[in-house]
Design a binder for this molecule. Structure first.
Ligand code: FAD
Length: 401
């Protein structure tokens, strides 16, 4: 009953073309051809049928991109990035999604790398950046705790100074990829005497350190991608501290902003939606009346979001603060991901009926893959700062003054 994902590419002229110069369109042709030549078919097939990426898949693609100097396409040149403009980065990301390239692990490339090259010591840059660039070392993010999510400053994990060491005790919740990461970037309390935000520090923790226990958390789709991590008297060298002591909140906010922009997942949504629409048109000849309004709504929302991303990039190019736009991207981007998976479930009908958990770990079926995504996508309005919190940020920014 399960069929493979349609793999035809969307039309070559996109609504975004009007926004690109001739040079940018030429750049797109080059990266498109190079990605096609570099991407092994087994990785593209895996991306089309699996939601949670195993370490081996991400590492293989990371290695290939690294050999071309493209694994950290948004990093400055001095730290190993290709030195592209924001628009070139947008085009590259869109071409990766169009080719069904596997995502790279978000933690190293998007979160930890920029934190370390912005705030880390020369030794930390030399030690950790090469492993992130090459995909040889994986990271996880130890921020949230059972009683500290939206209100992160309430976190209770402590790092206590003892001679030239730090002793860490506490529990981290929802640690994605913690079961195969080499290091955690940890936010811990180092000062009880000051207001909560002012007493936090950021550390690098080796995941094989004595005193760390990792417990799997099975999500609604039956898969294992998140964990609870317990830290009992974990001893860290003084060199594990990133930046200044008690300045962790400033660094953590920086890291979360990177995460929010990335979490709009605009290119992935565009690819999914184009494939879905192509499938409907192939099977039905045209979009059936019952779905027409929803398809049109998703198409217009997607186009509006793409333009908003370009506005954020224009701000970045001109050195302007994006204001509420990063939060808007997170809210609309996550709602769109859910709208697309809801449409997919209707389009696929009985093909997407869940027949057992875990859903998509060992299958190549398009239906089970979408069923898993539909269930797991409850999370996109929760993680990286819930949508309710983002809306408060938007309101405060837009209505201030
Ligand atoms: C699958 C998954 C993976 C994750 N991966 C990671 C990870 O790798 N590392 C990590 O550190 N964290 C991770 N998280 C944690 C995630 O960041 C938190 O779940 C998120 O910040 C929300 O916190 P919470 O779950 O404690 O919910 P709460 O903060 O308790 O919120 C519960 C509800 O109350 C609402 N709410 C709370 N405060 C307000 C307010 N002031 N105004 C209006 N509404 C409010 C929220 O919007 C939400 O709907 C992950 C979570 C999930 C589900």
């Amino acid at each position: 009953m399960a069929s493979s994902a349609p793999d035809e590419h969307s039309q070559d002229i996109t609504p975004m073309d009007d926004f690109f110069t001739a040079e940018e369109r030429a750049f797109r042709e080059i990266v498109r051809a190079e990605i096609a030549a570099m991407l092994p078919e087994h990785l593209a097939r895996h991306t089309r049928s699996h939601l949670h990426m195993p370490r081996e898949v991400m590492a293989e693609w990371n290695r290939i991109l690294h050999s071309r100097g493209w694994s950290a396409h948004h990093w400055p040149k001095e730290f190993g990035g290709p030195g592209w403009t924001p628009i070139q980065r947008f085009i590259f990301e869109s071409e990766l999604a169009r080719a069904d390239a596997p995502p790279l692990s978000v933690f190293g490339i998007y979160l930890v790398g920029p934190t370390i090259f912005s705030f880390g010591s020369p030794e930390q840059k030399a030690r950790y950046l090469p492993g992130i660039l090459s995909g040889e070392e994986f990271w996880c993010q130890g921020y949230s705790e059972p009683d500290a999510g939206s209100d992160l400053a309430r976190l209770r994990t402590t790092a206590r100074r003892s001679g030239d060491k730090w002793i860490v005790n506490g529990q981290k919740a929802w640690t994605s990829e913690g079961h195969f990461a080499d290091h955690m970037i940890l936010l811990a309390r180092t000062n009880m005497e000051v207001k909560p935000q002012a007493g936090l520090s950021l550390f690098v923790v080796p995941m094989d350190a004595p005193g760390i226990t990792i417990q799997p958390v099975i999500t609604i789709d039956g898969a294992h991608s998140v964990n609870s991590v317990f830290l009992d008297d974990v001893t860290l060298d003084a060199s594990a501290l990133i930046g200044e002591v008690d300045q962790g909140w400033t660094y953590a906010k920086f890291l979360l902003n990177n995460e929010r922009t990335n979490n709009a997942q605009i290119h992935k949504s565009r690819r999914e939606f184009d494939l879905l629409r192509a499938r409907i048109e192939t099977e039905k000849g045209e979009i059936p009346a019952a779905w027409r309004e929803r398809v049109a709504r998703i198409e217009t929302d997607l186009a509006a979001l793409e333009i908003t991303v370009l506005r954020v990039l224009a701000d970045e190019t001109d050195g302007r603060e994006p204001g509420a736009k990063a939060a808007i991207l997170k809210v609309i981007g996550s709602q769109l991901q859910q709208a697309i998976s809801e449409l997919a479930m209707e389009v696929l009908g009985e093909e997407a009926v869940a027949t057992g958990l875990p859903l998509a770990n060992d299958n190549d079926g398009y239906g089970a893959y979408w069923a898993e995504k539909h269930l797991f996508r409850r999370v996109v309005t929760i993680y990286a700062g819930t949508n309710e919190i983002q809306k408060t940020i938007i309101a405060k920014t837009v209505f201030k003054g």
